[in-house]
Write a protein that binds this ligand. Structure first.
Ligand SMILES: NC(=O)c1ccc[n+]([C@@H]2O[C@H](COP(=O)([O-])OP(=O)(O)OC[C@H]3O[C@@H](n4cnc5c(N)ncnc54)[C@H](OP(=O)(O)O)[C@@H]3O)[C@@H](O)[C@H]2O)c1
Length: 267
């Protein structure tokens, strides 16, 4: 099977590296179409697939095409590709906000999978959800699930609303976590730690809390109860959080991201 990645930027390179590392594709069967000469040079230097600048030389031989250009570049790209697309090809798009119907219409194809990954995909700890048009077969879906799993974890969702909701939770989510971390790092420094100590204290705390939560059956709420003894320090902090609307504010932030994802999807 030949895979073509269109757009060899951050995400395109992430998929290319992950697929090669997992031996899901042979190096000679992985093609990357990249318009920026500097980026193309970078890909060649790293020996990431066979690099092309002209779609006419690679699109027609590809079985699976990963669309990894910026959403604002998609309309122009579709115009260029459309004359050479084949209805048997499967198109996997990771472009934020570009709907399955827009891709089908733009490319004149039926088999489209839309996925929403996140940044930790770069280190194999990504979270992706994906959905597909009716024309995609079960075997093709399994193949794509395997492909997405090379960058972390992936779940199938029933509809494109869930893709927008994914954008609001795991897509933008790393920034929410980093925002919380930033506040903790700042207050650690106010308490007298130097910047590297503060960063280590906070990063290791986040890592430990996440691992605890993932490796056990207890919910976050149950873990919080375990850590918070009556009249203790954790309880003092949690009570302070509860006295403000921080919990609701976090939820509202995610809802604002969802509203924006839906707005972008409507063009
Ligand atoms: N980064 C993330 O964490 C993340 C998460 C979820 C989804 N996504 C989605 O992933 C997609 C790619 O994001 P990215 O951060 O990887 O972008 P990026 O680093 O800008 O990479 C896109 C690459 O595609 C090239 N390109 C644009 N139009 C092209 C065309 N017609 N033919 C060939 N190459 C073309 C660009 O070249 P130029 O430099 O010349 O424009 C650039 O090198 C976006 O749609 C984004 O919504 C990203």
């Amino acid at each position: 099977m030949k895979i073509l990645i269109i757009g060899g930027g951050n995400m395109g390179m992430t998929y290319a590296r992950s697929l090669l590392r997992a031996h899901l594709v042979q190096p000679e069967d992985l093609m990357v179409l990249e318009r920026s000469p500097e980026q193309a040079e970078k890909l060649r230097a790293e020996k990431i697939g066979v690099v092309f600048s002209d779609p006419a030389k690679c699109l027609s031989v590809a079985d699976l095409i990963i669309l990894a250009v910026k959403p604002q570049d998609s309309a122009k790209l579709f115009q260029t590709l459309r004359p050479a697309t084949d209805p048997q090809q499967v198109y996997l798009s990771i472009m934020a906000g570009v709907t399955i119907a827009t891709i089908q219409h733009g490319l004149g194809v039926e088999k489209v999978i839309r996925a929403m990954p996140n940044l930790p995909a770069q280190i194999g700890l990504g979270m992706t959800s994906y959905t597909a048009s009716d024309a995609v077969t079960r075997i093709e879906l399994v193949l794509v699930q395997n492909l997405l799993n090379t960058t972390g974890k992936a779940i199938y969702v029933d509809n494109e609303y869930a893709i927008d909701a994914t954008t609001a939770i795991s897509g933008s989510g790393p920034a929410y976590v980093l925002y919380f971390m930033q506040a903790m790092i700042e207050v650690a420094q106010e308490m007298g730690f130097n910047p590297s100590q503060a960063e280590l204290l906070v990063a290791q705390t986040f890592r430990g809390a996440v691992e605890l939560q993932m490796k056990n059956d207890l919910s976050c709420e149950e873990w919080i109860k375990r850590v918070s003894s009556k009249g203790g320090t954790t309880e003092a902090a949690i009570n302070s959080f509860k006295a403000t609307s921080v919990y609701e504010d976090i939820k509202n932030g995610a809802k604002a991201a969802l509203a924006r994802a839906e707005e972008l999807g409507r063009g």
